[in-house]
Design a protein around this ligand. Structure first.
Ligand code: HEM
Length: 218
């Protein structure tokens, strides 16, 4: 017998889809350039607030959103790959590392953006705080390396969704929309009460305030 179990709480889903829309917006505004660079900057600040929020939610969030409940070591990944572990409830051991890679690459992209200076129309608020060598490294990474690494990771992420749907007959996307999966009724559910959603909103507002403060330092 299977029951509907909450796996992704609303804050995690909100984080995911806000991130998807922001990354699309960043790609468009970054390529169009001109006055749109202002929006590129604002969206970058927004993504930074989302990333900080997700780090906090990885400790305080619903059961399956906590890093401790999905990040696993190489031996478990190897056993998962060989089909020797039970099916994952949240992120599988391999997917968990792609989540961490997403957070790391997006953070690097945001930080290098804040350190960038394209010497035409835009300089990041942190570019005055470091040496010109750092600024040119960050600008080069942001414009020529980081965005392609992210594109590769996003393509792999989408291919993984297709792989799971077609080969494993598991569509992972609906759970990221409504939050639930059909699992054993004994499965631990992620708490997703109104109080926890309010807590998430407060944490995100604090993260947004921190971003606004740190990006207005120079
Ligand atoms: C810019 C594009 C995207 C980025 C940057 C992105 C990033 C991420 C991240 C960081 C997570 C981990 C969520 C968390 O635990 O907080 C995730 C999970 C997930 N994403 Fe995306 N995503 C993108 C596009 C998409 C799209 C278009 C879909 C649907 C077609 C999708 C479906 C999913 C699903 C189903 C999961 C959960 C996977 C699992 O069950 O382990 N993503 N994504």
């Amino acid at each position: 017998m299977k029951a509907r179990v909450r796996v992704w709480d609303l804050p995690t889903r909100w984080f995911h889809w806000a991130l998807v829309l922001s990354v699309i917006g960043l790609a468009i505004t970054g390529n169009v350039g001109g006055l749109w660079i202002e929006w590129h900057y604002r969206l970058g600040q927004f993504v930074m607030s989302l990333l900080l929020f997700r780090l906090a939610w990885g400790v305080l969030g619903g059961h399956w959103s906590r890093f401790a409940n999905f990040v696993r070591g190489p031996i478990t990944i190897w056993r998962y790959w060989r089909g020797q572990t039970p099916p994952a409830v949240g992120h599988n051991p391999l997917g968990a590392w792609s989540v961490l890679l997403f957070l790391a690459l997006l953070s690097t992209q945001v930080v290098t953006g804040l350190l960038s200076d394209d010497e035409i129309a835009f300089y990041g608020p942190w570019s005055a705080l470091v040496s010109s060598d750092w600024v040119s490294w960050a600008t080069n990474y942001h414009q020529n390396i980081g965005k392609f690494l992210l594109l590769i990771l996003i393509a792999m992420h989408l291919l993984a969704m297709v792989f799971y749907a077609v080969v494993r007959h598991k569509n992972l996307v609906p759970a990221m929309v409504h939050g639930d999966k059909y699992l054993s009724p004994l499965t631990t559910a992620s708490s997703d009460t109104t109080a926890r959603r309010v807590l998430a909103l407060v944490i995100w507002l604090l993260c947004a305030a921190l971003v606004l403060w740190t990006t207005s330092l120079s």
